[in-house]
Write a protein that binds this ligand. Structure first.
Ligand SMILES: Nc1ncnc2c1ncn2[C@@H]1O[C@H](COP(=O)(O)OP(=O)(O)O)[C@@H](O)[C@H]1O
Ligand SMILES: N[C@@H](CCOP(=O)(O)O)C(=O)O
Length: 318
């Protein structure tokens, strides 16, 4: 459960008093998520998400994330803007953390998407990228290709406690990815973590794109590769029906367009995405205290995805 910081009823009441958002009715910690503390807050005026920012979010980045959300919301994307208090402030302090009240969006996240749902999600990413074409702010990717080697070294040989030989396998894959990483593809603002749990859906319709706290400026089609690595596999990292991944890419292509160079780069970008999530999961696996109220994500599910990309090459994207 991702509730790292407890919020008292008194502190929450005082926090809500700054907003025109009604009187507090209830607040419940949200089990999903791993990065921040999230509460579902009901008031006499409606339902909200309260987020307190924890370890990986640098609060100096919050203005970038909220400007991106406001930009997308103004262009009709189903994203949740932060709510401003009566003085126009979105970012507050609560229980010693930076905190925001965020619009609640309906929908549920999928564990086994159908091709039709994957297509809709690909379209949603494509439309998001189109909406961001004129977004001018820049935030370098702090978990980009040049950060993976230092992260691998930080995890070190302790990775072999997760799986014997894991460090050497990831090091070898990273050698290839670094050598073949495309450096001339279009760069843009990307979500960088659009997993199924960050896409809310009702049936085949996307109702929400959430969790923009890894958003950054990087190779645009890397965003699609990240998405493929998360959507085309089950939670153990085993491939789903290949039609799911194909539909995702077709939806993106229909909504935004994919150049031949971008399409050709997908295999190496997807291998990079596997290394990125394998490493952050491995770091969390090795450094999360046993009594933490959070479910650690399995690094090896990303080793299995990497193996599939290495075995299947271009075929999985054809
Ligand atoms: N704007 C929102 N509307 C509805 N539910 C949300 C919203 N934001 C977050 N959630 C819920 O909270 C969960 C955790 O949020 P998320 O941003 O993914 O957390 P974390 O950053 O800790 O990974 C989501 O899986 C979803 O259930
Ligand atoms: N999507 C990442 C971890 C980030 O978690 P999220 O709940 O913020 O999406 C992973 O699965 O490793």
């Amino acid at each position: 459960m991702a509730v790292y910081t407890h919020v008292s009823a008194e502190a929450l009441g005082a926090f809500l008093a700054r907003y025109d958002c009604g009187q507090l009715i209830s607040a419940k910690g949200i089990a999903e998520g791993v990065e921040n503390s999230n509460y579902l807050v009901d008031t006499s005026a409606g339902r909200y998400i309260l987020t307190l920012y924890e370890k990986r979010v640098d609060t100096s980045d919050l203005p970038f994330f909220f400007a991106m959300l406001d930009h997308l919301a103004a262009r009709g994307s189903p994203v949740p803007p932060a709510i401003k208090d009566r003085t126009g402030q979105a970012i507050q302090q609560l229980e010693g953390r930076s905190a925001c009240l965020i619009k609640f969006l309906s929908g549920v996240s999928l564990s086994t998407p159908t091709p039709a749902q994957a297509r809709a999600a690909g379209v949603a990413m494509g439309e998001m990228h189109t909406g961001l074409v004129d977004f001018a702010m820049v935030r370098p990717n702090t978990l980009g290709v040049d950060d993976w080697r230092p992260l691998l070294d930080q995890c070190g040989r302790a990775m072999d406690q997760i799986e014997p030989g894991l460090f050497d396998r990831v090091a070898a894959a990273l050698d290839t990815v670094e050598a073949r990483w495309p450096r001339t593809l279009p760069v843009a603002t990307i979500h960088a973590d659009l997993f199924p749990d960050n896409v809310l859906m009702l049936g085949d319709r996307v109702t929400g794109l959430i969790d923009f706290y890894f958003a950054c400026t990087d190779i645009r089609v890397y965003d699609l590769a990240v998405m493929h690595s998360a959507w085309a596999f089950d939670s153990a990292g085993l491939p789903l029906d290949p039609a799911v991944g194909r539909a995702l890419i077709a939806g993106y292509d229909a909504a935004h367009g994919l150049s031949p160079e971008e399409r050709a780069a997908l295999p190496i970008l997807a291998q990079g995405a596997c290394i990125r999530f394998l490493l952050t999961r491995a770091w969390d696996w090795l450094n999360t205290p046993a009594d933490a109220l959070v479910t650690r994500k399995d690094p090896l599910a990303y080793l299995r995805r990497l193996d599939t990309y290495l075995e299947q090459g271009d075929a999985i994207f054809a």
